[in-house]
Design a protein around this ligand. Structure first.
Ligand code: HEM
Length: 239
């Protein structure tokens, strides 16, 4: 049976595509800034720097909005993004084993996304690192590089301009690596676009296994942990 689940609210979708567009612009402009003798996409070196700085500001503002939304509006940052002890002990391995092995044998994904538990343990860990460690670091290091003269003292305090440039570059490399893996893993739903749809219209179609024996209605015990308000689902085709 197929059901659709409302997984991704609109503010998160707007943030995600703005952020993705900004990060891709940052990577492409960075190529010209880092290798000006080999890459010339934006005409002049100055134009590449101006676009890079603008994209950096857009990514920073959209990051701040993401943080405010998850912390204060939805209040689900910890619940959705922080792996549990069980995720770290068993979930990471289970999910990696699926991606590297059982996926290719046609077995089902061990994780089924719900609004209260959207991400599998690997996603939680990767997204937490990216959103809480790497994105803030790349934003702060980029900000320091934008204002080298006025922020000179601070730059010297953290080891000088060379250390700062190297750190900014290394974090950017992590983003490139993340992007490839992120996009590849996003295509491993039950169809190649299954995970892209909720990032576009909010709803994900999930396949549910039929229960072998139907429980009589009178013996069914309501499950208090499953709230109708937060878990908006409806059978595919109902809408
Ligand atoms: C062109 C580039 C990108 C594409 C095509 C893409 C695609 C997707 C898709 C399909 C999803 C939903 C499925 C899933 O959770 O795996 C997703 C979620 C997510 N992506 Fe991306 N992504 C891109 C760039 C990025 C970048 C640059 C970042 C971070 C710097 C990022 C961070 C995230 C996060 C945190 C989520 C979970 C959002 C939430 O529901 O709270 N993505 N992405």
């Amino acid at each position: 049976m197929k059901r659709t689940v409302y997984l991704t609210p609109m503010p998160v979708r707007i943030w995600h595509w703005l952020n993705a567009f900004g990060i891709v612009t940052l990577i492409v402009t960075a190529l010209q800034i880092r290798f000006p003798d080999y890459v010339n996409i934006f005409g002049t070196y100055k134009a590449a720097i101006r676009l890079h700085n603008t994209a950096g500001v857009v990514v920073s503002i959209s990051y701040a909005l993401w943080l405010v939304y998850y912390l204060f509006v939805a209040g689900t940052l910890v619940k959705l993004y922080v792996p549990t002890a069980d995720d770290l002990k068993h979930g990471l391995f289970r999910q990696a084993f699926y991606y590297f092995f059982t996926y290719f044998r046609g077995r089902p994904n061990p994780h089924h996304g719900t609004p209260d538990n959207k991400f599998n343990p690997l996603q939680k860990t990767a997204y937490l690192m990216i959103m809480i460690v790497l994105l803030p670091l790349v934003i702060v290091s980029g900000f320091l590089l934008m204002y080298v003269a006025p922020l000179r003292e601070m730059i010297l305090f953290i080891g000088g301009i060379k250390t700062l440039v190297s750190a900014h570059f290394l974090i950017a490399c992590c983003f490139c690596a993340f992007l490839f893996v992120h996009i590849y893993l996003a295509t491993l739903g039950h169809t190649p676009f299954a995970h892209f749809k909720p990032m576009w219209n909010g709803w994900e179609e999930v396949e549910e296994e039929e229960k072998p024996v139907a429980e009589p209605l009178s013996t069914r015990v309501p499950n208090p942990s499953r709230s109708e308000a937060t878990c908006m689902t409806h059978a595919a085709g109902d809408s």
